[in-house]
Design a protein. Structure first.
Length: 482
């Protein structure tokens, strides 16, 4: 059952009307009186795991549209929306009905006002069996990211609040965006046969909006991946299952999106705007290295430590206190769970960043005749690399849409844009790292709306959709490899 349709019209279902001969005019909305239909798309069947318990859950990600940002940009982005659809009291009812009506077990939200989290979202969702964590953006902004989880299904193992701002150590980290990571465990979940716990991590973020600042977006996602890697990594080096979702403000098949799914990006010589897929807005070239070594992240998007005898970065095992300088801060307690103190703390204003320098091979310049007389070698100087990589090898829930050269489906729509910028990535079962790691099997996804349908409705928000974004939702099966 499509929960959103249940919210929109409990007993009314209608097929969208398409007018192929209609040319859309951004200045003339074409309102529909019918709610949009978003059917579920079955991707695969469940996998049987012998006598083990099967874990199924649904996750939704949604940019709820900050009311303050709506009011600040009303004349630019929402000038054709009827004022009553922009009123917070009207939108609040639609947002809460959508969140409860989609029947998800995990809700990842972006652009949540801090005051609305405290007095609206958290109390309402707690009444429906959820608990959550929240992180406000740094600086003057009042909105942030939130993750809610159904208490009857999951228990919170730990969580991490990630603040990207750190302009003192890296010039590109001058924006106030944030990310949020939680590690969850199914309740009553301990399989004595395989002697392991099925845990997985969920990360959500809202990257910088500016289309020209791809360098900032890439740096932000690299920091989030480093924190996610640290939380996912087990003592044996394996990674538990993970989900990365949110509003990434990049287009399908952009270098940033492909970096997440392919696990590697060579960015030297690229314009910053190209990183997010906006090649027509070419501006400055990407800096090399993107992230400075002082911030403690390697080019593999993992945490490292500085060698006392050189300026190179050495990799370190996650949470290894013996090779890193421990922080003096203690973890904050939220919902009864204490944050794990970070070796290099991103929750402080000092943040953390990654290293791009790497030792090039040693070249032997001696001849055969000289080799017996002179064993000296000339070492090539370190040169920063313009490469980023990570170990996750994510797969996208909506990859069949993203592979289209001209996608006919979008996730956001207002007076100046109709694009796909929201994503859900997960680590599939085929990429399990070891016998003790968990993985995810995608079962189904809630279909997006086509551009034709949205053109019929006019820009968002409207009477049916309370935000300028669509929510993305998928159903997974959590697998344990014994």
């Amino acid at each position: 059952v499509n929960g959103v349709n249940a919210f929109l019209l409990r007993t009314f279902m209608a097929t969208p009307l398409f007018h192929n001969d209609r040319t859309w005019d951004y200045h003339v909305p074409h309102p529909r009186r019918v709610p949009p239909v978003r059917p579920w798309v079955v991707v695969s069947q469940p996998i049987t795991q012998g006598q083990r318990k099967l874990d199924f859950f649904s996750l939704a990600t949604y940019n709820t549209l900050s009311q303050k940002l709506l009011e600040d940009h009303c004349k630019e982005l929402y000038r054709h929306c009827p004022p009553r659809f922009l009123d917070w009291e009207y939108r609040k009812k639609g947002l809460l009905a959508l969140l409860s009506g989609c029947y998800a077990d995990i809700l990842c939200l972006q652009e949540v006002e801090e005051c609305h989290y405290d007095d609206t979202f958290l109390p309402y969702l707690r009444e429906h069996g959820f608990d959550g964590v929240f992180l406000k953006r740094t600086g003057r902004f009042t909105d942030g990211c939130a993750i809610f989880y159904r208490c009857s299904v999951f228990e919170l193992v730990e969580h991490k609040k990630v603040k990207y701002y750190n302009a003192e150590k890296c010039v590109v980290l001058d924006r106030d965006n944030v990310g949020l990571i939680v590690k969850l465990r199914p309740k009553d979940d301990y399989d004595e046969k395989c002697d392991c716990k099925r845990e997985f991590c969920v990360a959500t973020t809202h990257l910088l909006f500016n289309p020209k600042s791809g360098d900032v977006k890439l740096a932000q996602i690299a920091i989030l991946l480093a924190e996610l890697h640290r939380m996912c990594q087990a003592p044996d080096g394996s990674l538990c299952a993970s989900i990365l979702c949110g509003d990434l403000n990049c287009l399908p098949n952009s270098p940033l999106q492909l970096f997440i799914t392919n696990g590697k990006l060579q960015y030297e010589g690229m314009h910053a705007a190209e990183i997010a897929g906006y090649s027509r807005r070419r501006n400055k070239y990407m800096p090399v290295p993107l992230l400075t070594p002082e911030l403690g992240i390697t080019e593999e998007c993992t945490f490292g430590y500085m060698d006392e005898n050189s300026s190179k970065m050495n990799p370190s095992v996650c949470n290894d206190q013996s090779t890193s300088t421990p922080t003096t801060t203690t973890g904050a307690i939220t919902n009864g769970v204490q944050d794990k103190p970070a070796v290099i703390d991103l929750t402080s204003e000092n943040g953390t960043i990654e290293d791009k320098s790497a030792q090039l091979p040693v070249i032997d310049l001696t001849t055969d005749s000289d080799a017996h007389q002179n064993d000296s070698k000339v070492e090539v100087l370190d040169r920063p690399k313009a490469t980023l990589s990570h170990r996750f090898k994510f797969e996208s829930v909506y990859k069949f849409i993203e592979k289209m050269h001209q996608p006919s489906y979008v996730t956001t729509y207002h007076c100046s844009a109709m694009e796909m910028v929201d994503y859900v990535f997960f680590t599939p079962a085929s990429l399990a790292q070891s016998n003790n790691s968990s993985s995810l099997h995608l079962l189904s996804s809630c279909n997006l709306l086509s551009t034709s349908t949205l053109m019929e409705m006019g820009p968002l928000p409207n009477e049916f959709l309370p935000s300028d974004h669509l929510h993305l939702q998928a159903q997974f099966q959590l697998l344990t490899h014994a």
